[in-house]
Write a protein that binds this ligand. Structure first.
Ligand SMILES: Cc1cc2nc3c(=O)[nH]c(=O)nc-3n(C[C@H](O)[C@H](O)[C@H](O)COP(=O)(O)O)c2cc1C
Length: 354
């Protein structure tokens, strides 16, 4: 595990400026595909606000000046509890796509989750930073044989866990994409798909509970179930063999309106009772958002859009800058709160606002 480091002075990470720049650089349908949510975008709008419904309760006189930022995720060492969520079609954001994200995540010591719907094959992403921590996110494709083959290839290519995304039995109704009549750019490779498919494997059949054991067996990897918002679902997954559960509303792109991750996380963490690791994503935009999630029971958090804006505006260095920036904010906030280890953030670090 990484040694404790002096908390870096928080740099000014202006995610809103990065997003505005990405909007200028990308064609409008592509920007809206990345930025948008489903239906009336209530979940999307509420996600960030929900983390900010909590307030920090700093501890003083603890002699804290360094912070241990490293932790382990299913036994894999990472340099920060802020990872990259799986997101599709990175080749639309930058010519180096997933390869640039992999380099940027590795430079920040962050775990990257590679999407089934990547523009680069899972083997090529693995090869660019062979020693970096990475997981593979699996959608069920039309062909069961091909889905099983992807799981096996992820195990062979050195991915350390398989992430089954549970919240996409059908694609959410994304009104911005419908308005643009959005289609993937001609020539964009869907490197892990057998044939050019529709957005995010739209016609995938849903996973079932026994897939957890089955795909763990096929891949030889621990299985993470992503896309939970309920304690009872988390318990069912853990009883069925999941090594971890990932609280997520898919960035507000599926059912809408649903409870925010920040609201669902305490129930899930409580239900799992330490028997599996718990992660969260959705609307995490700052170090204090991360600290709130850790206090609510997450072992790690993941970011989607912040990494997208980093990639679109600055390639690998843009991704590195976003992850390092949020991590530096986390370290800085922890010192201010008298906390020195991301693995030991007590629940009473936060209280409801107001
Ligand atoms: C453009 C885009 C594409 C996504 N593609 C996938 C995907 O292929 N697989 C998946 O499990 N989740 C996917 N997600 C959901 C993210 O993994 C994550 O749950 C979400 O982006 C987190 O919210 P945030 O963007 O507010 O950080 C996607 C999200 C976005 C914004």
């Amino acid at each position: 595990m990484a040694d404790a480091v002096p908390a870096p002075t928080a740099p000014f990470l202006d995610l809103e400026a990065l997003e505005a720049r990405a909007r200028e650089l990308l064609p409008a349908p592509v920007f809206d595909y990345y930025a948008g949510g489903a239906e009336r975008e209530i979940t999307l709008t509420e996600a960030t606000r929900a983390w900010r419904a909590w307030r920090l309760r700093p501890r003083v006189l603890r002699g804290v000046s360094t912070v241990r930022l490293g932790t382990t995720l299913l036994g894999t060492e990472v340099g920060t509890p802020v990872g990259v969520a799986p997101w599709a079609y990175q080749g639309m954001a930058h010519e180096d796509g997933e390869l640039a994200t992999a380099r940027g995540a590795a430079a920040a010591g962050a775990l990257m989750t590679v999407s089934t719907s990547a523009s680069t094959s899972l083997a090529d992403v693995a090869a660019v930073e062979p020693d970096a921590p990475r997981w593979f996110q699996l959608y069920r494709l039309h062909s069961p044989a091909h889905t099983g083959d992807l799981a096996r290839r992820a195990g062979d290519a050195g991915y350390r866990a398989l992430v089954l995304t549970a919240d996409l039995p059908v694609l959410g109704r994304r009104l911005r994409d419908i308005a643009h009549d959005f289609a993937l750019p001609a020539g964009l490779p869907l490197a892990n798909h057998p044939v050019a498919g529709t957005v995010e494997a739209a016609d995938s059949p849903a996973w079932t509970l026994d897939d957890i054991e089955r795909f763990a067996g096929l891949s030889g990897l621990p299985v993470v179930v992503k896309g939970l918002l309920r304690g009872d679902d988390a318990v069912r997954c853990v009883e069925a063999g999941a090594a971890a559960v990932w609280v997520s509303a898919h960035g507000g792109r599926q059912a809408d309106p649903v409870v925010a991750s920040a609201a669902a996380l305490p129930e899930v963490a409580e239900a799992v009772r330490g028997e599996a690791e718990v992660y969260a994503d959705g609307g995490i935009r700052s170090g204090s958002d991360v600290l709130t999630a850790l206090a609510l029971g997450a072992r790690a958090v993941f970011v989607g859009r912040p990494a997208i804006w980093g990639l679109a505006t600055g390639g690998d260095d843009g991704v590195r800058g976003v992850l390092a920036g949020i991590t530096a904010e986390l370290a800085h906030t922890m010192v201010l709160c008298g906390l020195d280890d991301v693995g030991a953030v007590p629940r009473d670090t936060i209280a409801p606002a107001g």
